[in-house]
Ligand binder design. Sequence first.
Ligand SMILES: [Zn+2]
Length: 71
Amino acid sequence: MENSPAVRIVYDFPVAGHLCTDGAVRYIKMARRAGLTQPQGVCPTCQIIFQYQKPQRSKVRHFGENGATHF
Ligand SMILES: [Zn+2]
């Protein structure tokens, strides 16, 4: 068994559902902490760290039609 915590990226907020190690579905509430840009939550049972990420980044604007074909 590994002791290093696993980080799972989720796109649901403020709670992330997952199938826990004991077979139950748990919903972890994530919160934004100081020093962190993304909200995180830790499951007390399986120790998985859930990190929220926005589904799509729209920083890239349309400059012509170069290289924006990642769909
Ligand atoms: Zn869990």
